[in-house]
Design a protein around this ligand. Sequence first.
Ligand SMILES: [Zn+2]
Ligand SMILES: [Zn+2]
Length: 489
Amino acid sequence: MRFETVLTAEADSTASEHLLQHYRRDKRQEDLCFALWRPSTGQLRRAALIDEIILPKKGERLLHGNASFEPAYLARAMKIARDKKVGLAFMHSHPSDGWQGMSATDVEAERDVLAYPAGATDLPLVGLTIGTDGYWSARFWEREDRQMRRHWCEKVRVVGPQSYKFFFNDNSAPPPLRREILRRTFDTWGREAQNTISRLNVGIVGLGSVGCIVAEAMARIGIAQVTLIDPDKVEEHNLDRLLYGTVHDIGQLKVDLAARAMQRNATAESIQITPLPVSVHNSTAYKAALDCDLLFSCVDRPVARDVLNYLAHAHLIPVIDGGIAVETDRRKDSLFSAHWRAHIVTPYHQCLRCNKQYNSSMVVMELDGSLDDPSYINNLPPEERVGNQNVFPFSLGVAGMEVNLMLRYLLAEEWWPLVRQQDYQFVTAETRIINDECHPHCSFRQRRAQGDAENPPYLEEEHKEPPQSIWRGIWRNIVKVFDRIFWRS
Ligand SMILES: [Zn+2]
Ligand SMILES: [Zn+2]
């Protein structure tokens, strides 16, 4: 298992303002506080999601160069954690920069004083230290036999509205060497940015025309860990758009095709690719997606988009989604209009459902098979029929927009303007910035940072029979009613 801690931007700013307040006034004084965390469990990674900080009240902690807490503060924090059924985290500050180790007193405080009582939450204690430069370091304390074992996190991530910050533990995830093959990349955005980019674990959901171009961009910029998710095989009608596909590849899995090409074109010293030929709502793929730091949504199916919406909001894994809409004038047999767009999805950005990339009825209809039923499709009003027409240059446009939106989110500290979504109109050659927000009653707002407590209800176990059709029908109607009341109103 790998370990990791993720903070929301508010948790990061509340905690760092409190913990670093003395250093910022030039006083050499540490500070401390408690926080709550929720688990997000993937295939190989266990993450602690932190969205709530419990600041000390007057008299709850003592400052004497170091800092210590009164039992009443711990008791109060524990009560909140147990009432909410979440884990306890302990945070303190150090008077130096970067990833912090632990002093003997730190180990004593976390292992001997806090880890056992924190176990009453049924979740291990998570300890965090912040350096004067705001750099986080973190570890889990897990009970193994009769001892408390420390597991250092590989990194700490902070998901924000404007930028996505990473704090790596160089001992477990060493930064890449500057090699000739990536010289121009290093020179473009600098070593610090490349140190982050090369250590990301990126997932690509959908390896069609857009996904393969995104995959190629990831291979070229030095990404070393990639997960590829797509159940489809290459068909002849894909070949006018599929970057890696040739007539010899017809019938092969798209993920295998992309994995082979990425292996060949990678600029990272070594690249680790996990190809998964299943849908993202299959539990194996879903767990693998939970191991990623960032996901590309290169799919046009409602269920996949709904799953990605959960991952972005509940599990704090930013999603970059994109789409193309082409309208052809059938009478004149010519292109009428085309536009493509890309969006960042996190709790700070509009969700994919509010953004009208799908709706809940479509999710239900895809799950029970009616979305692929020709009689259903023929009965749809023309504006709701999904057009499949597309060409390679349009895919190039949307893939480029998605990748550059990802880079901007990683590199932009305080760049202006804020860009959450972009839309390019082919006819007028205009790019618009759209920063719309979720509907005030959007259910994804409540799922923010809830982790394992909020997974999609329809995940498929790998070898399970689908549910009985009668139940599917009932469920479908419930969701439809719900959709109408809460969603479209
Ligand atoms: Zn310390
Ligand atoms: Zn929403």
